[in-house]
Design a protein around this ligand. Structure first.
Ligand code: G16
Length: 551
């Protein structure tokens, strides 16, 4: 075996990717180019000693969501980890680990860090997307100073280390194998995670809920949540076999878009609207960090979900002592803020992206976190966690005896309803999307105080965030038009797409009057949609007539 390879790296992994993304996400075909993945991985291993500390002899966690190219990438990374001096790699059986489970394993095993292979909710398969990201010892995505250092290093790197000719590791065989002098431990991908869930939730009450005849449908969308949901829901909680549907992880997610939202989880929404619908419906995404919650013929918005969980947290054993604070991404509705206020705790407003929650959780400033993009989580790991959110809702139903719909309606009656929707305009040519945002930013000084579409704009700005823990400043995180009576429109460009640019328009309107809690959200939000169009000229810039996805 040759421990050092000095092959030149011909590609620039981050080329074309918007800054701020916590990892590298590209088409599979891009990742299949010679030395492309190696460039990123060696850049990572090169900068870690300076950013974090020596890697010699350290333990790394490795696994992915099982999408096409996962196994090939796992073997490549194992050889490189060995050649770069890691002492041990814990890899999920079959190369699998959901994103929240990887975070749980990193924390529980006290690992140096971990590499997660996933393009999250993006489609998979030979023509789909692939991704890689690095998580630090707290179990959370690497902060920007690390991702920026990786990026800088990928541009100058000329060689990488690998164990050339090493035989592949048998990823199915649990237990220890040697790669050079490095130990590879193939671990059960579910065990540590399932134990953590049992510590947090009242499994006995949830078992009783199922035993009383309640039914549930969990759509794993042919992605990595399947094995976790089966082990916990059907295995430990006694849910009927078949509760978990699409539970086998497939390399191409069965050709579907594994994103749990009203646009892509249509089969689940239909099943929950059928006459024989079960009591509780849920779905999660490609790497199992997102969640969607449904009652019978009733879809819960992620912003409401965070608020309901926060309001009832003390009913769950893991949160019985109360919350230290709540954190939500800026475009997420203000429903959680109202709960935080009533609890007398802080609600932190961060830029979009889970990585911004890490410092707040580490510093004990927040316990629950959430994003409007179907991400919810807590201090138990440092990623959002799909199955955790589902179990939280299950625990609440078991503890209160109330249905999902009853819980949400009671919440609105007490705190008011935050009507909410997100309109995505996908595949806009990048220059045009940039021009749209530039035009919006240029208009900001003139917008405050104006009345548009019958709504007075009270504040117009470009969201900036100063991290309360490390003082770092993140600018240009979304253009906000804050209107009277808790109405607002937010514009930002996605950082995670792999084709063209995606404009996200977030719409929110507060309604305190319970007599007005049953209106169609798009109707309530129509004036804000018109306001957004008037100010941003989306149709003109995008050349499209309507958003491609509405959630
Ligand atoms: C989208 C969502 C964000 C989320 C991010 C990463 O980002 O809007 O809220 O944090 O995906 O999600 P995941 O970890 O599931 O890939 P963007 O920049 O496309 O809006």
């Amino acid at each position: 075996m040759t421990p050092l390879s000095t092959l030149r790296v011909p590609t620039q992994p981050y080329a074309g990717q918007r800054p701020g993304t916590s990892g590298l996400r590209k088409k599979v075909t891009v990742f299949q180019q010679p030395h492309y993945l190696e460039n990123f991985v060696q850049a990572l291993f090169d900068i870690l000693p300076g950013q974090v500390g020596p890697i010699a002899g350290q333990t790394l966690v490795l696994g992915g969501d099982g999408r096409f190219h996962n196994r090939v990438a796992v073997q490549t990374i194992l050889r490189m980890a060995a050649a770069n001096g890691f002492g041990r790699v814990l890899v999920g059986q079959g190369g699998l680990l959901s994103t929240p489970a990887a975070s749980a394993v990193i924390r529980k095993q006290g690992a140096y860090g971990g590499i997660i292979l996933s393009a999250s909710h993006n489609p998979g398969g030979p023509d789909g997307d692939f991704g890689i990201k690095y998580n630090i010892a707290n179990g959370g995505p690497a902060p920007e100073k690390i991702t920026e250092a990786i990026y800088a290093r990928t541009r100058e790197i000329e060689a990488y280390r690998t164990l050339e000719g090493a035989a592949p590791i048998d990823l199915q065989r649990l237990g220890t194998q040697l790669l050079g002098t490095m130990t590879v431990e193939v671990i059960d991908p579910v065990a540590d995670y399932a134990e953590l869930m049992a510590d947090l939730f009242d499994f006995e009450a949830m078992r009783a809920w199922f035993a009383a005849g309640h039914r549930m449908r969990f759509d794993a969308m042919s992605a990595i949540a399947g094995p976790y949901a089966k082990a916990v829901l059907e295995g430990r909680l006694g849910a009927a076999p078949g509760t978990v549907v699409n539970g086998e992880p497939l390399e191409d997610f069965g050709g579907h878009h594994p994103d749990p939202n009203p646009a892509h989880a249509t089969a689940l929404i239909a099943a929950m609207a059928a006459p024989d619908a079960p009591d509780f419906g849920a779905a999660s995404d490609g790497d199992a960090d997102r969640n969607m919650i449904l009652g019978r013929d009733f879809v819960v918005t992620p912003s409401d979900s965070l608020a309901v969980l926060a309001a009832h947290a003390t009913l769950v054993p893991g949160y019985r002592d109360g919350l230290k604070g709540i954190a939500r991404s800026m475009p997420t509705s203000c429903a959680a803020d109202v709960v935080a206020q009533s609890l007398g705790i802080a609600c932190h407003e961060t830029p979009t992206g889970w990585k911004f929650f890490g410092n707040l959780l580490d510093a004990g400033l927040a316990t629950l976190c959430g994003e409007e993009s179907y991400g919810t989580g807590s201090s138990h790991v440092r990623e959002k966690d799909g199955l955790w959110a589902v179990l939280f809702w299950l625990n609440l139903q078991a503890a209160t005896g109330r249905s999902v719909e009853a819980l949400v309606r009671a919440h609105w009656a007490r705190f008011g309803r935050h009507y909410y929707s997100r309109h995505d305009w996908e595949g806009i040519p990048v220059e045009r999307a940039d021009a749209l945002m530039a035009s919006l930013r240029a208009q900001l000084p003139a917008l405050a105080g104006r009345e548009l579409q019958g709504l007075r704009v009270q504040q117009a700005d470009d969201f900036a965030y100063t991290d309360p823990v490390d003082g770092s400043l993140s600018r240009q995180q979304g253009v906000r038009l804050l209107c009277e009576a808790g109405a607002r429109v937010v514009f930002r460009l996605s950082g995670t797409g792999t084709e063209g640019a995606t404009l996200r328009v977030y719409l929110e309107r507060f309604e305190p009057d319970p007599a007005r809690h049953d209106l169609p959200p798009q109707q309530v939000l129509a004036p804000l949609v018109a306001l957004a169009e008037e100010v941003a000229q989306i149709r003109t810039y995008s050349g499209m007539d309507a958003p491609t996805v509405i959630t």
